[in-house]
Design a protein around this ligand. Sequence first.
Ligand code: HEC
Length: 150
Amino acid sequence: MQFSDTSILIIISSLIFISGCDTGPKSAKGFSLPEGDATQGEQTFVELKCHACHTVSDVKLPEVESELSIGLGGKVARIKTYGELVTSIINPSHRLAKGYPSAEIESDGQSKMKNYNEAMTVDQLINLVAFLQAHYELEEYTPTYYPVIP
Ligand code: HEC
């Protein structure tokens, strides 16, 4: 099927419209959790064996039998928001991490990450988020160079 330029434009703008219209009862508007403690978050990360599947940039974690090696933290173009990190932990299949071979991260479109929702306390969750967020670093933005055509 062929799309004309106009219909592509209409499709894109309606997608933007749908995603921007996020104020229904299920929207995250008004969502806020208390500030966590990064040091305790690091302990929780080890206690819950998150490091069996994840490395965290610049953090030396104790040895563990490793299942996967998915890096968290490090240089990113945009720091992950609180909401994104919370979602990655309590609803990992919501949006699967980018940049990994899909066989490594999912089976049947579901994240291979364990579900912690029945084991994790809210304190553990907010501390984990504080710990992880502290290890993301904003990549310096290099503007694209456009030569001036005389
Ligand atoms: C059994 C392996 C496994 C364990 C254990 C695990 N994860 Fe994950 N995690 C994954 C996989 C696979 C992904 C990538 C797919 C996805 O986004 O769900 C992921 C993704 C993430 C992401 C999002 C990364 C991104 O770039 O978007 C965060 C944050 C995360 N995990 C935190 C945790 C925390 C915190 C724990 C411990 C409570 C944990 N994980 C335990 C496998 C695991």
